[in-house]
Design a protein around this ligand. Sequence first.
Ligand SMILES: Nc1ncnc2c1ncn2[C@@H]1O[C@H](COP(=O)(O)OP(=O)(O)OP(=O)(O)O)[C@@H](O)[C@H]1O
Length: 319
Amino acid sequence: MIATESLSKRFPRVTALDRLSMDIGPGVTGLVGANGAGKSTLIKILLGLSPASEGRAEVLGLDVATKGGEIRERVGYMPEHDCLPPDVSATEFVVHMARMSGLPPAAARERTADTLRHVGLYEERYRPIGGYSTGMKQRVKLAQALVHDPDLVFLDEPTNGLDPVGRDEMLGLIRRVHTDFGISVLVTSHLLGELERTCDHVVVIDGGKLLRSSSTSDFTQTMATLAVEVTDTDAHPDGTRAVREALAARGVTLQATTEEGLPGAGHILLLEATGEETYDLVRDTVAELGLGLVRMEQRRHHISEVFKDEPAPEEVTAR
Ligand SMILES: Nc1ncnc2c1ncn2[C@@H]1O[C@H](COP(=O)(O)OP(=O)(O)OP(=O)(O)O)[C@@H](O)[C@H]1O
């Protein structure tokens, strides 16, 4: 679907992409990187909107340097920032975008209604966009990216500005773009955790360089960290320590880091989760010690935190 070969983009003061080589197949792929990693720059080059300084890239087998127009006919794009006209309705806007991509009027109206229904905006479709919530605006942006039935969509930070429920809904919608319509997706985020749940494949970039490109299952195996926080009791005045010792005796790998927990509770224990059985083991251990479980959650990693110590590979093509 997407292939880049030693792709670089240099601005006068910054190298936004640095010899990036990767190969992305069909399905839902996450492009993860901290702010400024080069995600939006890569998307603009892949759409043929901005020239690369060096190297080459193909989207759907088309060279981005010469076939930008054809690429944009077959690829949908949801930009990161708010770019919606406030005084028109979702229907008017999406019909307009469908017409811009070449659909005749009747087909544009029909596809708009279908797409707005799919993104969950059907009831609200005649209200002006200016009165929409952030989540609704993100859905309009998603709808306009899908309306011309592309083979592939680029979604730039679609969960930005959303609360946890809105994020989950958007991630579910993105998954269905692929499962219901067979459209492949490249979705960017600065949170690896949320893409783990949605994507088949994850590409991580940092400072414009490729850090890693692998299937999501490979990631989750190495990344599943469980954060556990317990209360103290008279019998166990340092509850965290008691749990740590009991879990270590049961063969659970504990990570060195601890951090402050909620007021009144102990410190946070970080441990490696190998699967559902780790959750059961923690719950049973805490109960046997007579402690209260304040929280047990899978850690959502901030990408810069996870990868800051890893050396960047010279050139990696993983797929
Ligand atoms: N037109 C431009 N002129 C100069 N520098 C730019 C330009 N566009 C991007 N950059 C720089 O290139 C680097 C990569 O930016 P880019 O927008 O691609 O990052 P990003 O990963 O998409 O992050 P964000 O999510 O914050 O947009 C940044 O240092 C940015 O300041």
